[in-house]
Design a protein around this ligand. Structure first.
Ligand code: GTP
Ligand code: MG
Length: 346
């Protein structure tokens, strides 16, 4: 299952208390203070990793604690620091702080502030600091106080609730109506092999594939289909559109036969309208239009009118057939060309 959101609760280790102790040895009647310091609590660290592809692990475990610091001991022995805890998340995870303190917190304290956007592998952030160890009584010895009977307590480790949100990182995102042929296309252009079937909503989760050409490559994302009203939750809704937010180019696949008998140009407008309602920035991304299924006669019949209208609005329309492979070289060439242009870089 592809899970791209999770809420997690963290408690970093408390600092260990300092110790109150005095030297007791034969022949040394009044040994001075020898209570050691407590150790620091372990931090909780989030690290991005390419080994994970979804946030599914957090469905099964959402509470995490790191180790506390040990208490200080007599003979000036310091308590050991608690071990840090490293939580791995997939590359592309956005980390939001929902709130500090023990969950639940009053709604006025909910922040949702973004504290990290982990776009590269191996990035690390400390999300919850362990507590400080308390100092032992040795430290409080002075000329006026030879026998200090106080030591500090360790401070508590931080508590925090986070929201993790995975946004796939791809260069090109495939969007379009269900059944338009997006998965067929990605399976022809890349190494991805999503399920293909002659009914809508076959793809229920995003897929990534790598498109290669000599020594160049880019990442293409197949996304579940959109329908009118997706931004209000219709069909599979717009929850997968966030994965297209970080793509540099939108590849819009349109079934030239029309979705459920609709005119392909109106389908094209509907999908763009859905993307715009979700995030107006989508319309600033370069968009290439793949006019698909041109191996079918019905499709060819609609192609001219469609191309005229859509290219009239400034879009590049490339007729293709995911089944016969017609037009795919041109499409691939256009995508590489556009990606290499500076203005498209994010
Ligand atoms: N004739 C023809 N059929 C195609 C072409 N591309 C895809 N199809 C067919 O259209 C149907 C849907 O293809 P998919 O690739 O699963 O479509 P999709 O856009 O991924 O669909 P969802 O995952 O449901 O959104 C399948 O039966 C494909 O075989 C094409 O170029 N020509
Ligand atoms: Mg599909």
């Amino acid at each position: 299952m592809f899970i791209d959101e999770a809420k997690i609760f963290l408690k970093a280790g408390d600092g260990g208390n300092g110790c109150v102790s005095f030297r007791r040895e034969k022949n040394i009647p009044k040994g001075g203070p020898d209570g050691g310091n407590g150790g620091n609590g372990g931090d909780i660290i989030i690290e991005s990793s390419l080994d994970l592809a979804t946030l599914i692990d957090f469905q099964f475990r959402s509470h995490f604690k790191s180790k506390p610091g040990e208490y200080g001991r007599g003979s000036n022995e310091f308590g050991k620091n608690g071990e840090h805890l490293v939580i791995k998340v997939p590359v592309g995870t956005v980390v939001r702080k929902i709130a500090s303190g023990h969950w639940p917190v009053p709604s006025s304290e909910i922040t949702n502030e973004i504290i990290a956007d982990l776009t590269k592998a191996g990035e690390r952030i400390i999300v919850a600091k362990g507590g400080q160890g308390g100092r032992g009584n040795t430290i409080f010895k002075s000329s006026t106080n030879q026998t200090p009977r106080t030591a500090e307590e360790g401070t508590p480790g931080e508590e925090i609730t986070l929201k993790l949100e995975l946004k796939l990182i791809a260069d090109v995102g495939l969007v379009g109506y269900p059944n338009a042929g997006k998965s067929t296309l990605i399976s022809k252009l890349s190494n991805a092999r999503p399920k293909i079937a002659p009914y809508p909503f076959t793809t229920l989760e995003p897929y990534l594939g790598i498109v290669r050409r000599e020594n160049e490559s880019f990442v293409l994302a197949d996304l579940p289909g959109l329908i009118e009203g997706a931004h209000k939750g219709k069909g599979l809704g717009d929850k997968f559109l966030k994965h297209a937010e970080r793509t540099r180019i939108i590849l819009h696949v349109v079934d030239m036969c029309g979705y459920e008998g609709k005119d392909p140009a109106s389908s094209f407008r509907t999908i763009n309208g859905e993307m715009e309602s979700y995030n107006p920035d989508f319309m600033k991304k370069p968009q290439i239009v793949a006019a698909n299924k041109t191996d079918l006669e019905d499709a060819r019949g609609n192609l001219d009118a469609f191309t005229k209208e859509v290219s009239g609005k400034g879009y590049k329309v490339i007729p293709i057939s995911g089944i016969t492979g017609e037009g795919l070289d041109t499409l691939k060439h256009e995508l590489f060309k556009l990606l290499s242009q500076e203005k498209v870089k994010v």
